[in-house]
Design a protein around this ligand. Structure first.
Ligand SMILES: [Zn+2]
Length: 420
């Protein structure tokens, strides 16, 4: 927090408003810092913040709905900018097998691993996929997520990828949450294309992505750049096809080895490069130049018991914004709590609590291209915020597990339990 930063609110009061929320400390997260306003007020009209500042400076607005808090803090709604929440089945059986001593190779040989999720996802109906995704979304929403990104990538065929993307679009209509959809067809090589990765990449570029763009099924295109997935050259083809269709790109990069996918993503102006345990200083410099957010995913790092930490010091030094996300997925990160990721981002990766909170608010929003409408408390932003009966923002990072009581406001309305 800096006391010298300019105050993040305009001094002109709005002409009219729907609701006023008073009496808590505002954790605005402007510019990635706490930027606290003690005993603050937020004025909302048409689902957007139209004014905020100290209660003492807030006009009365007698006709508006009045909400009084007796202390506590208000943060921006949380943004989970990297999830794979839509999938068939789950891999808890495999998790148990591994802990019973069965090797990865044996599990893969018996049809386990990502292919088991691909098969279950292909077999599931859209309604089954919606129901199982809702089961996983609800806990995330209960602790304050107001915006979530969800990727495809377990269909790996034209029909099944389109099915996943339609399910993601439908989820946005089932719960009071902003949903961004990402096409991750280049997630793994489908069994039908064994030893023919270039043909699969051509199918994505020439057939799938044009349909996705025409039917407005995705807001971005992602790929997995890794020895066990796709090469930088193959990823670049996907990026070129996406950009020709006007779709922004992002990339799973440097999770298990260094292929400089993050620098490639940055050269293509990617919204984000994600994982990044093996990223180098040169990658960080390229990401800073490209305006690419570093999305850190401590859940997968934890579950895989990885040792290589992402180069947080280089990201700090070169001013690469760092986001944190759940990476909720059946294989490597069955995470249903973004607040747990705040703690793990600090304990496992060495983030400060302020950086961690910025990672699920303003920088998480930037990783989705939503920096102008989400992620901070500021006039003009969506009225998505959370009231917590806590004394300081670090408590959000400090308490480990459990459920903290909170009041979630989504587009200016209290999001009740009937959504959950
Ligand atoms: Zn992922």
């Amino acid at each position: 927090m800096s006391l010298t930063d300019p105050l993040p609110f305009s001094t002109t009061p709005p002409a009219r408003c729907d609701s006023v929320w008073r009496g808590a400390t505002l954790v605005t997260m402007q510019d990635g810092h706490y930027n606290l306003i003690e005993n603050g007020a937020i004025v909302v009209a048409d689902g957007k913040i139209v004014w905020l500042g100290p209660v003492a400076d807030c006009p009365p607005f007698p006709d508006a709905e009045q909400h009084e808090f007796a202390g506590g803090i208000i943060t921006p709604g949380f943004v989970d900018c990297h999830t794979h929440l839509v999938f068939g089945g789950n891999r808890s059986g495999e998790f148990e097998q591994r802990l019973n001593g069965v090797s990865y190779a044996e599990i893969a040989a018996s049809g386990g691993g990502i292919i088991s999720t691909v098969n279950a996802t292909r077999e599931a109906t859209e309604e089954e996929l919606i129901e199982s995704a809702l089961f996983r979304l609800r806990p995330l929403l209960a602790e304050g997520v107001t915006c979530v990104e969800i990727k495809s990538g377990y269909g790996l065929s034209i029909d099944s990828e389109l099915k996943m993307l339609r399910v993601i679009r439908t989820l946005a209509t089932r719960l009071a949450v902003e949903v961004k959809s990402t096409c991750l067809a280049a997630h793994a090589l489908p069994p039908e294309y064994k030893n023919r990765p270039d043909e699969y990449i051509r199918l994505i570029c020439d057939t799938l992505l044009p349909i996705v763009a025409r039917e407005n099924l995705a807001d971005a295109v992602d790929a997995f750049c890794e020895h066990l997935a796709f090469s930088p050259a193959q990823v670049e083809q996907v990026f070129n096809a996406a950009k020709a269709l006007g779709l922004p790109v992002k990339l799973h990069a440097e999770q298990l080895s260094s292929l400089h996918g993050s620098a490639l993503a940055a050269r293509h102006g990617a919204l984000s490069a994600d994982h990044l345990e093996y990223a180098t200083e040169d990658d960080a410099i390229a990401m800073a130049a490209g305006g690419t957010v570093a999305v850190l995913l401590p859940g997968a790092f934890y579950l895989l018991r990885e040792k290589q930490q992402p180069p947080v010091a280089f990201f700090r030094q070169h001013k690469v914004p760092m986001a944190l996300a759940s990476d909720a997925n059946p294989g490597t990160s069955p995470v249903l709590s973004l607040r747990l990721m705040l703690n793990m981002g600090c304990t496992l990766f060495g983030l400060t609590p302020e950086e961690a909170l910025a990672g699920v608010t303003c920088h998480g929003a930037r990783a989705l291209g939503l920096q102008d409408s989400h992620g901070t408390l500021a006039p003009g932003k969506a009225a998505d915020f959370i009231h917590w009966p806590l004394s300081r923002p670090a408590e959000l990072v400090y308490w480990l597990g459990g459920e903290l009581p909170c009041t979630v406001v989504y587009r200016g309305n209290v999001r009740g339990n009937h959504y959950l």
